[in-house]
Structure formats: structure tokens, C-alpha cells
Design a protein around this ligand. Sequence first.
Ligand code: SDX
Length: 429
Amino acid sequence: MEDKVKLSFDGKDFEFPVLKGSENEKAFDVSELRKKTGLVTLDYGYLNTGSTKSAITFVDGENGILRYRGYAIEDLAEKATFPEVAWLLIYGELPTEAQLMRFRTMLTENALIHENLLHFFREMPPSAHPMGILSSIVNAVGLFTPRFYDDDNKADVFDLTTVGLISKIRTIAAFTYKASIGEPFVYPEAERSYCSNFLNMMFSSKAKPYNPDPIMEKALNTLLIVHADHEQNCSTSTVRMVGSSQASLYASICAGICALWGPLHGGANQAVLETLLRIQQSGMTVQQVMEKAKDKNDPFRLSGFGHRVYKSYDPRAKVLKKLMHQVFEREHEHDPLLDIATELEERALKDDYFIERKLYPNVDFYSGILYRAMGIPTNMLTVMFAIGRLPGWIAHWKEMHDDPCSKINRPRQIYTGEVLRPWVDRKDR
Ligand code: SDX
């Protein structure tokens, strides 16, 4: 029997079809709602509203499941390389050996940014946040490539733009860091892997040769994979929103970077580390932080906890917690922030406020400690999130442009302002 939703309004009965996804998720299709009933829906924050069909990522928030194109995040984190996952998300299948070799070569060949852009890094104020620099330079990179918004979704142009963005974002991030510490830029090297190249550009210099620790290289690979996509999150929805007007891929990604910057979204990893550092340095106790997070009169929230979709433990947080312990064991290092984070998690998981609201650690809770162990500065943590999320943003931009049902996004509203009123001359106001 075909599922339908029946709606009675204004003395009339209406029916709307129910759609079912490949994982049996159901939605009732309201495309004809306004035409049939004159009604629109209102759903602050889109808690109950699907914006599209998508075949890229599946998230089951109740059971803590995350799959990219059907592959479990745990398998990908353990067995894949980040370029492999990027290809999978964008093109729909794991790459063959030949496809991966070609992709790797293209990533290597497209790692440089135009030399005219280098002065940007030097001219930015030293206190400029790296996410502001990243969004600016990504948009600027688009100005150095052939005008393609007329044919942006032509396969060859899209492929070249894609590999250029995924490769260059590392260079932009590393150059941003080097400029902030007043060191010369270190250029990408052809023989290095995706992650090794990034770590080398970040931390090597003529004065102190640097060879990325294989453990840190593997940790970075895993971190980028678990951040690579997450269905219709705020920044991905932003990329789709901007892309729906047929703005260029660069402009759409630039918008996604800005959306990710917010502390409720990708900026949470920086906020988590700042909270842990504040506890360590201010003498605030973990319990005091917990009380602050629960205090309705206090805008402070416990970053790294809670999620719009996961009402159970974020599977990515589980992967990163396990990775973190592996890294610290093998490095024979210990970060006191880890003890604070562990105590925070243990207390929150036993606290009624957090239990009632199903607030669990999310992807941002442990990622900052891992990046800190790599030497990544706190203000670069959200940039690291953006490097990971870029393939997901591109995959959704492509899926939208490939979907014949796509149209420019233009939500409705319920107007609550003044009704019609006569003009008042200035002298009479
Ligand atoms: C990411 O969407 C994605 O998939 C995002 C992401 C991705 O991969 O793209 O997973 C990445 O953004 C992860 C989330 C990172 N943000 C944080 O860690 C910031 C802290 N978390 C919260 O601000 C919050 O949990 C959100 C923003 C993540 C989700 O907020 P919702 O779904 O809008 O939930 P809500 O604000 O309505 O909260 C429900 C209740 C409220 O209390 P009551 O009004 O019911 O009494 O839970 C409380 C909130 O006050 N609450 C928190 C809390 N998170 C929710 N209270 C204290 N600390 C928190 N962290």
C-alpha cells in the first residue's frame, strides 16, 4: 500500500505522498502543499525538514551510524586514505588503483597557488583568524582560474577545479600558519603523500628539517576522513544554498568555510580546547564548568557535546578517542588536557541534565587534543575541519547540479511585521 499523509484544513481533506529512502527513512512530500492548501510549513532550524534527496552520506543519529556511500566510517578510518575517501564521496565509488594514481598525480600537480596571492598572507593583520584568511584566499584562487561559472558543471572543468581545491587548501592553510609565525613558506613536494605534504609545509623550515612522524601522518589521515562529510549539516547546506544560484564552486566553498567557522558548528573544536585550557589555567574545576553549561542564565555551552542528529555517542568521537589513546601510547607522551577531557566526559555521561537531553561527545570533543599533539595551533583547528570537509562540500555541490529536480533554494516565511500604513513626512515623525 502506498503510504500517504492525510491533512484536513479549512474543511477540506488533502493527501500527500510519503517517500521512503534506501534506509527506510520516511518523508512526506510537501512540494504541492502551498498549491493545494495555501499553507507553507514553518520549521526553525529545519529540525524536521529535508532539503533534498541525497545518496552521499547516511547518518543514523539514534544508533550512532555514519556511512559514506554505504561504507562504514569505522572501516574507512581504519583502511582508507583521505584521497580515496574524497574520490568515493565525489564520484560515488572507491577509486581503482589507476584512478587513485591519476588523482594523486593531479593533487601533486595542482598544489601550488598563484604567486601573486602570496602577498595576501603577508598583508593580513597578525591577529586575523585563519578561517577568515582561508575563505578569502579560496575565493581569490577562483579569480586566477578560467571563468567557469558559465560551464562550472562541465565534467573536465569540475574535475580540475575539484582536485585543485582539495590540493590547494593544504597549501593555503600551511602558508597562513607560516605567515602568522613569520617564517618563510615551505612549498609542497611532489614525492610526498597528501598528509605528509601538509605536515611538511606546516612544520619544516630551512633551519629545522622535519620528517613527519608516520603515527602523526596516520592520525591526520584518520582525522580528515572522519570530518569528510556529514549529510545536510549547516556548512554543507550553505554550499548547496549558494551553489543553487549557479554561483561558482569557489564561491560556494568560500560560503561553506564561513558557515563552518561558527562555534556551534566547526568552530566547536577550537572552543573545546579553549575550555580545557581555561580549566587547566584558571583553576576552574570540571564540575564548575558543568554547572556553567547547565545554567540557563549562562550562554556558555559545553562545546564538543550535543548534536542535532546524534542522540547517542557520535561514532566519529569513538574513532578519535581510540586514535588519541593509540597516539599518546606510541608517542609515550601525555597531555594533561586529556585528563580534563576524560573527567568532563565521565561526569557528563552520568549527569541527569546531559542524559535527559541526550548530549554525548561529538566529533569536536577529542579532535582538538589530537591536533594539538601534532603541533597544530588552537586557532587553526577549524581550518583542519575545513580541509577534511572540503570533499563532502564538493560532493554535495556536484550532486545538486547533477540532480534534474534541483532549483534555486528560496524558502518561504510567515510575515509578522506591520500591515500596510500611510507614508509619514519627516517633519511629522
Ligand atoms: C558539528 O550537523 C552536523 O552534522 C554538524 C557536524 C558535522 O559534522 O557537520 O556534526 C559538526 O557541528 C558538531 C557540533 C559542534 N558544536 C558543539 O559542540 C557546540 C555545543 N553543542 C551545542 O551548541 C548543540 O548541542 C548543537 C548546536 C550541536 C545542537 O543544538 P540543537 O540540536 O539545536 O539543540 P538545542 O540547542 O535545541 O539543545 C537542546 C537542549 C537545550 O536545553 P533545553 O532548552 O532543552 O533545556 O540541550 C541543551 C540546550 O540548552 N544543550 C546544551 C548543549 N547542547 C545542547 N547544554 C549545554 N551544553 C551543550 N553543549
